[in-house]
Structure formats: structure tokens, C-alpha cells
Design a protein around this ligand. Structure first.
Ligand code: NI
Length: 182
């Protein structure tokens, strides 16, 4: 297991559409997922998508138990999700601050659906089907965007809502530590 290098915004690989996983439960797949967890842990992230380490497959990982780094955030079950499909439940959306390991040092306010159903597969090919809301729903939408080449700044409509973390903290616009570096 190895922590891999995380690609940063500007690397065109992050804007490519990833390919579906077709071979489940292989040693190569399990090794890749182990590396993704190592990478996320070293970087203190709440989630990671395979394209962020230069792998063009539709694999995301996310989740954490209650963690002092994420105050006020409900825990999200640690999940490996392959070939995900998201379906919004209702039309309600909310804005909240997001960060991304591929966009270090910045936070931005992004609008996401409040409630979603997501389906996909675990590494052994077993189906996952969950209906979630709140931060869990936000994290999944952020991660799955990575599989379609979308980084969160691309979804910010008002660019005054994008900023450097230390400036945002100084201005009282966000509190540290904050969740969702993913
Ligand atoms: Ni991200």
C-alpha cells in the first residue's frame, strides 16, 4: 500500500471522463483501493476519486467516523463505490463550503442537491443502493463529479464565494478545522 501523488487542478487528466470498472474483486482492484485509502488518509481527506491519482476509472471512496477535524459534521460511512449513479430526490439544493485535495488551500461555496439516491457496486461487485441527505449527499456529489471531469470551482456561480482558507478564516466566513477536503 502506498500513498500516491494527488493531481492538482490544471492537470488535464482531472477533466477527463473516467471509464466504468468492468473487472470486480481482482487483486489489482483491491490494491488500487488500498492505495486510495492510504492517499486519502495521508492527505486528511474525507473522500477521493480515482482520477485524482491519475487512474481513469469510475471509483470513489469517502467517509469518516466522527472526527475532531470535521466538527459539526455528521459521520459518513466509509464506502468504496464503483460505477456510481446519482439521482436527486426532490429539487431542493443548498450552498455550503467545499474543499478538494486537488485544489489545495482553497474553499468555495457550491450548490448541491440536499437529498439523493446513489447506486453502484462495492469492490466485490455487490450492489449498493442508498438514499442520503446532508453532508453525506454533498460528499457523494462532489466525488462523483470527479468521474466526469468536474472540479468544484467549475460549479461556483459567484466567484466571490471562492477563497483562500486563511483569508476566509480571518474574515470569519469559515471556521477551522473544516470538513470535506475531497
Ligand atoms: Ni475533490
Amino acid at each position: 500500500m502506498t500513498a500516491r501523488k494527488i493531481l492538482r487542478m490544471g492537470n488535464p487528466f482531472l477533466n477527463q471522463v473516467a471509464e466504468p470498472v468492468t473487472a470486480f474483486d481482482t487483486p489489482e482492484l483491491h490494491a488500487l483501493i488500498a492505495d486510495m485509502f492510504d492517499t486519502m488518509k495521508v492527505a486528511n481527506g474525507a473522500g477521493l476519486a480515482a482520477p485524482q491519482i491519475g487512474i481513469g476509472l469510475r471509483i470513489v471512496i469517502f467517509g469518516f467516523d466522527s472526527n475532531p477535524r470535521y466538527p459539526g459534521r455528521e459521520s459518513v460511512p466509509v464506502t468504496v463505490l464503483l460505477n456510481p449513479v446519482i439521482e436527486p430526490i426532490g429539487s431542493e439544493k443548498s450552498e455550503d463550503w467545499e474543499g478538494c485535495l486537488s485544489v489545495p488551500g482553497l474553499r468555495g461555496q457550491v450548490e448541491r442537491f440536499d437529498r439523493i439516491r446513489y447506486c453502484g457496486f462495492d469492490p466485490k461487485g455487490a450492489a449498493i443502493d442508498r438514499t442520503v441527505d446532508g453532508f453525506h449527499a454533498r460528499v457523494v456529489q462532489h466525488e462523483c463529479d470527479h468521474l466526469d471531469g468536474v472540479l468544484y470551482p467549475m460549479r461556483i456561480r459567484d466567484m466571490s464565494k471562492l477563497g483562500y482558507i486563511d483569508e476566509l478564516v480571518s474574515a470569519g466566513r469559515i471556521k477551522l478545522p473544516i470538513a470535506n477536503d475531497d
